[in-house]
Design a protein around this ligand. Sequence first.
Ligand code: UD1
Ligand code: CA
Length: 452
Amino acid sequence: MSNIHTIILAAGKGTRMNSSKPKVLQTLSDATLLDHVLKQAKLISQQVHVVYGFGGDQVKQVINDDTINWVEQTEQLGTGHAVHQATPHIEDDSISLILYGDVPLIQRETLEQLINASKASGIALLSVVLKDPMGYGRIIRNNNAVQAIVEQKDASDEQLKICEVNTGIMAVQTKLLKKYLAGLNTNNAQGELYLTDIIESATSDQKTVASVITTDEFEVAGVNDKTQLAQLERIFQHRKATQYMQLGLSLKDPSRFDCRGDLSFGKDCEIDFNTLIEGVVTLGNNTTIAPNCCIKNSKIGDNVSILANSVIEDAVIGNGALIGPFARVRPQTNIGENAKIGNFVEVKKSTVGKGSKISHLSYVGDAILGADVNIGAGVITCNYDGVNKHQTIIHDGAFIGSDSQLVAPVTIGKNATIGAGSTITKTSPEGQLTLSRSKQVTMKSWQKPSKK
Ligand code: UD1
Ligand code: CA
């Protein structure tokens, strides 16, 4: 079987993006446009060649992949010229597949069909039928057989009525490709070397040009500006949501679900509107996520309830836990089974034991909490002395009264009680009440100031 070499054209500047980044580095979901194309290309080819031009160093640096053969096109003299930069690096006895760095939703299955179609005759193109073909190269057929591609600017009025257009994606036996590229000229309206002219060369050469017509206009849609980028983002997200729903995830509104990464889930999980999933997130069985939550790189157990407006990152949440509303669970946090992290609570780099509760308005950082600890409203672990971070250890069953400050490093013993409003700086013994408050006094001689 012949090797497949994929040539990805990515030399365009993308002026209409109005960005300092080269177009192919704009992001769709969690990856650049070029990354999306590379991912599909790598699934089916032995070698990938990327033709770069504008902002090339930036592209190479961001993609950072040395399995790619990077080929520079210093001047953009047309798509034929661009492909011609790569072909010297490709052996004759192979198939060259031409893709575009700004066509991110192309699917592997379609490319496989195209490659297979190219095997018999040596050349195959991918076309699509559009309601509005404006701007695209038109596919000229004669008795159904592809004859040529005529660019918008070179087409006659009659040809402009054709709605079957060239996606630009082709699979060609490399030996033939090299031969036809060598014969290209710039006798056209744009004075460019058109890749599309190889179709006419092939028909003159008595070859039958095979074609695959995709019914999915989005998989061949290019991105030229931020509006098109946003459109494809929605398509991408909608497809991901559909895939998850088919696997059993309940989404209250798939049009308000975004996943920039990978979500896996057990049975009967339900996600309400406006959720953002990033990185790798797993949900156990029967877990629910209320509106407006952001969850990144976290493992959430079974029967967990994440209430509205909560943000969770790099954390592990145990079975039966209750998070939110308005909770912030920061990296390196482990929330135990049936624990509760309530509203306006921030937890960072901490372990919260089984059944422990931090219900209201607290900051818990660099702390280890045992099981069944109760943290009253407004408790703060003072973990930072202005230079270093220190740890707070709270043993099983301890009760920390509201509005207390635990100045780390500090340890609270098992079943200890801290009186409300205390500032605790020393070890508080097991089973006893510790508090640090000034005595309450009422000033008998005090008088309300009078207005002057
Ligand atoms: C091209 C096709 C047209 C097709 C359309 C689909 C040609 C002559 N025309 O037209 O039939 O319908 O794509 O979108 O091929 N590029 C380079 N180097 C160059 C020129 C282009 O890397 O010298 C890259 C661009 O960055 C772009 C892609 O190739 O990603 C297409 O080039 P563009 O000039 O936009 O071609 P179209 O006019 O859209
Ligand atoms: Ca284009």
